[in-house]
Structures are given as C-alpha cells and as structure tokens.
Write a protein that binds this ligand. Structure first.
Ligand SMILES: *[C@@H]1O[C@H](CO)[C@@H](O)[C@H](O)[C@H]1NC(C)=O
Length: 113
C-alpha cells in the first residue's frame, strides 16, 4: 500500500497567478505514477517569438531545458529524450514527458521573450 505513494511523481506547474499574466501553463498541478506519460502545455499571448521550458528541482535550482524560436529548437540542455517538446506554433509549446521517473518531480516553468 505504502509503496503506491512512494512511486508517485509530483509535477507542479506554476500557472498564471491572479496578476495580469500572459503566459499560461496547464495543468497547474499534476500528480501521477512513475512510468506514466504526461504532457504540459504552455501558451503565451505576448506575440513573442521565443519560448522556454525551465525545470526547478527540489534544491530550488532553476535550469533551462529547451528554447524555441519561431517553432525551431535553438537550445537543448542535454535533456533526456523522454522529454519531448512540441511547438504547435510560435505561441504554443507543449512538453511531453515519457516514462516518468521520481527525479522528474519538480516545478516546470514556461517563459517567453
Ligand atoms: C536533447 O539532447 C539530448 C542529448 O543530446 C537528446 O537525447 C534529446 O533527444 C534532445 N532532445 C530534443 C528535443 O532534441
């Protein structure tokens, strides 16, 4: 029974607060099982050309994962291939994560510029 809890991965996405935010992440919170596949979505309404996914781990370190410019991958900080970004257009960047591991528990942040 207890092992069920131990095998869960918590992915948190800091979504838009109540301020005038123009970058939206869904879902805001997600708890799932190790081994599952999940997708995070990000949308920006700022007409920016570049979008980014960051990961903030339990040590509070914020690390860049991917940068996209006009749908084109311009930076990949050697993120494992389990993490597969999907740019729908310059304003929408999804992040699919396959075979979730415990170490994937983190806050995933999307940004644009
Ligand atoms: C990012 O780089 C890693 C290591 O080189 C590679 O395995 C992975 O497939 C790359 N991801 C993308 C989306 O290009």
């Amino acid at each position: 029974m207890g092992s069920r809890l131990l095998c869960c991965v918590a992915l948190c996405f800091l979504g838009a607060g109540s301020l005038d935010t123009a970058v939206f992440q869904t879902p805001r919170y997600l708890i799932t099982r190790v081994g599952n596949k999940k997708s995070l979505s990000c949308e920006q309404k700022l007409n920016h050309n570049a979008m980014y996914w960051y990961k903030q781990d339990f040590k509070q370190l914020l690390k860049i994962m991917f940068s996209y410019r006009n749908k084109e991958l311009i930076q990949n900080e050697t993120v494992p291939s389990r993490f597969l970004p999907e740019p729908l257009d310059k304003a929408h960047l999804k992040l699919h994560i396959n075979s979730l591991e415990l170490g994937d528990s983190a806050v995933y942040l999307c940004a644009s510029s």
